[in-house]
Each structure stands twice: as structure tokens, then as C-alpha cells.
Design a protein around this ligand. Structure first.
Ligand SMILES: Cc1cc2nc3c(=O)[nH]c(=O)nc-3n(C[C@H](O)[C@H](O)[C@H](O)COP(=O)(O)OP(=O)(O)OC[C@H]3O[C@@H](n4cnc5c(N)ncnc54)[C@H](O)[C@@H]3O)c2cc1C
Length: 403
């Protein structure tokens, strides 16, 4: 029977980053990543990634960036083209690079290579059906073939399904549909996109109820085109995506059509239990406003791996390291995440007319100079909204917890 220091279930950005960070902190740790896929990779993602996440991960961020091959980054992004419900277009472009549209499949394969080079082991084609628990201790995981893999700690990096965590804590309730986005995306080639250094975001109830439409351009006339709609408002995103595609008139050729679901929750009270921890989308780290989960997964994995690696070096109980991980995430990300969750709830509670008023009140020439969301700037924006509609100003204050 095999035995590991750390078993990570899921080779997405969060699981791979947890594995690399553990070995980056402690090269002697014995780390296994298990995934049900035949190969590490991803095909249903819009592939946007902000550069800020690497800056937030200090030396580890630099370490990762220096080992990622240029092929991971298919396009450099310098801003956003926001299309308001009235179809008015607002371009926000800066001299500073904000991030990339990735080749996420290659990016994940590259992360897997970094992990294996540091001595980690990956086992593919293996579905984990449950954690093996006695009393309050997780002894390992059971595979679909009935084998047990033993580990000193188990990490649930299974994404939105949270498979291991749910089984461990007997959670049977599905996620509240208000806190999921149902998505549909086409990968497109040979399309006409001007301003291919900007991410395009389309905001309108008619295009994507409780969500938004996107065009994320790649070099060579390629793009990811999709929409996400709030789960409580639509049964399927497909008809909305078909209408969106027709509206865009990009003249491209669709090479793949994929569906998927994204969590847009607040941070849970707890994502650690005994020697089991969740990370990434499984811990609900995804940004609730735009549904970006790659960066939060990389960052969460960095903090988790650092704490686990150090626990083994200092012969500390791993349970304590997981509690420290949860505390660190909450202190660094908790307030910002809660604020994003409030913003998401606000945007989903607004009509097209209200969205138009909010965005045009934010994106003034004055704001474009600072592009800041400090409390002072937010209060100025609310002042501008209130001049147009006092009722909407009060609504914004209520949702943001300011009144
Ligand atoms: C259409 C769409 C567009 C998106 N666009 C963006 C974007 O532009 N930018 C962005 O940042 N995010 C985007 N996201 C979200 C992003 O893809 C996820 O938030 C992110 O991948 C989460 O990372 P993760 O590592 O937590 O989980 P995942 O990437 O979901 O990885 C989980 C892994 O666990 C494996 N697994 C699951 N269960 C088991 C099991 N029982 N046994 C073994 N293995 C298992 C899976 O095979 C998978 O490899 C998008 C999502 C969708 C659906």
C-alpha cells in the first residue's frame, strides 16, 4: 500500500500550485497528485489570468513565472472593452500589461512538469471516490478501483464539485443556484477582432441574465467567446450563447463548443477539517464578480503548500498547518473576497438601466486617471450615481454594506 506526506486530489491550477509550493518549501516532502483525467489539461476556460497574482506570490510567483514557457501565454492584455447594455463601448487601456489570455491546457501541463521536476508524483486516470476516515482523522483516499492511497494529509482540489470535502462532512446539499454561473463557450479561429489587446465584456440582462458575455482574443485571429448566466435564472446558457454569437458578427469559424459551471460564492466559514483542506474552486476562492478562478487557485495553492511544507520541516502537526493556512487566506483575501461578493450581488440585482447608470458613473474621465477603488473613490462614484437616481445610490450603498 502506497503512503504519502500529501495527497492532492485534482490537477487543476490549485492542486498543481499546492504540490509545487509544498516541494518549493520542503524538497523532501513526498507529494502525490491524483486526477481522473487521462492527461493534465483543460479545455473549458476563457483562459484570462491577471499578472497581479504572480506579484502577490512574492519569490514563489517569480519562481513559477521564470519556469513557464512562452507558449503558456497566447496574448498580452492591456485593458478592457466594456460594452454597456445600451451597446455604448468604453475602452479602458493602460500602458501597463494587466495579464494574459493563456493557452491553459499547455499552462497546466507546464505546471505539472515543474511539479514532477521538483520530485512530485502524478497519477492520472484515477478517480477518487471518497476519503478514508476513522474517527476525526483522514487516513487517505479510496480510488474507483477500490484501492486505498494513504497520506498524512489530503487536499481537495477537485474544483466546483468539492468531492472529497462533501463526502468527509456528509454534505448533500447542492450549491445555491444563485451562487453559480452556467457557462457556454466557443473556441473560434479566423475571426475579425479589432483591439486584440483588450478583453471584451458585454453586460446586459438580454445577453446574459445575471452574468456577462465575453470575447477573450488570442494572437492570430483566435478568440474564446462565451457567456455565463446566473444559475437561478436560466436552465441552459446555450440559447443565450447562440444569440450572443449571432450578435457579435465576428465571421469566425467555431472549432469547439463547451459548457461549464463557475462558483461565485462568498468565502466559506471553514475550508479545513482535521488533516483535510480544500483549495481553489473547491474552497470557493473564485472571484465572485467575474468568475476568474485560475489566479485564486494558484495563490491558494501557494499559501497552502507553504504551510504544509513548513509543518514537515518543523515537525509540527499538519492539522495546525492547515488551520494556519485558513487563517492566512482569510486575513489576506477575506475582506476583498467579501467585497467582490457584495458587488456581484449588487450587479445581479440591477436592471439594464441601472447597470448603465452604475458603469457610466464609474467610468468617467476623472476615474480613468486613477482607476482606483479606494473607499474615497467608491463614495465619489456613489455620489455621482445618487445625482442621477437617489434610489439607485441608496441601493448601491445597501449592497456594499455602506448604509
Ligand atoms: C466557461 C468557463 C470559463 C472560465 N474562464 C476563466 C477565465 O478566463 N479565467 C479564470 O481565471 N478562470 C476562468 N474560469 C474558472 C476556472 O476555470 C476555474 O475557477 C479554475 O480552473 C479552478 O481551478 P481548480 O484547480 O480549483 O479546479 P479545476 O480547474 O476544476 O480542477 C479540478 C481537477 O480535479 C479533477 N477531479 C475532480 N474530481 C476528481 C476526483 N473525484 N478524482 C480525481 N480527480 C478529480 C478534475 O479532473 C480537474 O482536473 C472559467 C470557467 C469556465 C467553466
Amino acid at each position: 500500500m502506497s503512503e504519502y506526506d500529501v495527497i492532492i486530489v485534482g490537477a487543476g491550477p490549485a492542486g498543481l500550485s499546492t504540490g509545487i509550493s509544498t516541494l518549493y518549501t520542503n524538497k523532501d516532502a513526498n507529494v502525490l497528485i491524483v486526477d481522473s483525467r487521462q492527461e493534465v489539461g483543460e479545455e473549458k476556460c476563457a483562459e484570462g489570468l491577471s499578472k497581479d497574482w504572480f506579484d502577490h506570490m512574492s519569490k514563489y510567483g517569480k519562481y513559477l513565472l521564470s519556469r513557464l514557457e512562452p507558449k503558456c501565454f497566447e496574448n498580452e492584455i492591456y485593458g478592457v472593452l466594456l460594452v454597456l447594455p445600451s451597446r455604448k463601448e468604453i475602452k479602458i487601456r493602460t500602458k501597463k500589461k494587466h495579464g494574459w489570455v493563456l493557452n491553459k491546457d499547455f499552462f497546466l501541463k507546464n505546471l505539472a512538469k515543474i511539479f514532477e521536476k521538483r520530485g512530485g508524483e502524478i497519477q492520472l486516470n484515477t478517480s477518487i471516490i471518497r476519503p478514508v476516515i476513522k474517527g476525526k482523522v483522514v487516513y487517505g483516499v479510496e480510488t474507483n478501483e477500490g484501492n486505498m492511497i494513504k497520506g498524512r494529509c489530503v487536499i481537495d482540489a477537485t474544483g466546483i464539485n468539492q468531492t472529497i470535502w462533501k463526502k468527509a462532512l456528509n454534505i448533500t446539499e447542492p450549491l445555491d443556484k444563485k451562487n453559480i454561473e452556467i457557462c457556454c463557450q466557443y473556441k473560434v479561429v479566423d475571426c475579425d477582432i479589432s483591439d486584440d489587446d483588450l478583453l471584451q465584456i458585454y453586460s446586459s440582462e438580454n445577453i446574459a441574465p445575471g452574468g456577462y458575455g465575453w470575447v477573450f482574443p488570442k494572437r492570430g485571429n483566435k478568440a474564446n467567446v462565451g457567456i455565463g448566466c446566473q444559475g437561478s435564472r436560466v436552465m441552459s446558457a446555450v440559447p443565450y450563447q447562440e444569440k450572443f454569437w449571432e450578435m457579435l458578427k465576428l465571421n469566425g469559424k467555431i472549432v469547439s463548443k463547451k459548457g461549464g459551471t463557475v462558483d461565485t460564492c462568498n468565502l466559506p466559514e471553514s475550508f479545513v477539517w482535521s488533516n483535510l483542506a480544500c483549495v481553489g474552486s473547491s474552497a470557493r476562492f473564485t472571484n465572485p464578480v467575474h468568475g476568474g478562478g485560475t489566479g485564486p487557485g494558484l495563490f491558494g495553492g501557494y499559501i497552502l503548500g507553504k504551510n504544509i511544507g513548513n509543518a514537515f520541516i518543523h515537525r509540527m502537526p499538519v492539522e495546525d498547518a492547515l488551520v494556519d493556512y485558513q487563517r492566512e487566506i482569510k486575513s489576506i483575501r477575506g475582506k476583498a473576497h467579501e467585497y467582490h461578493y457584495r458587488v456581484k450581488n449588487l450587479l445581479q440585482a440591477c436592471s439594464d438601466e441601472e447597470l448603465e447608470m452604475i458603469f457610466s458613473s464609474i467610468l468617467t474621465d476623472e476615474w480613468m486617471k486613477s482607476m482606483s477603488f479606494t473607499r474615497r473613490e467608491i463614495l465619489k462614484v456613489i455620489g455621482r450615481i445618487s445625482k442621477k437616481s437617489l434610489r439607485l445610490g441608496l441601493k448601491v450603498m445597501k449592497y456594499l454594506g455602506l448604509g
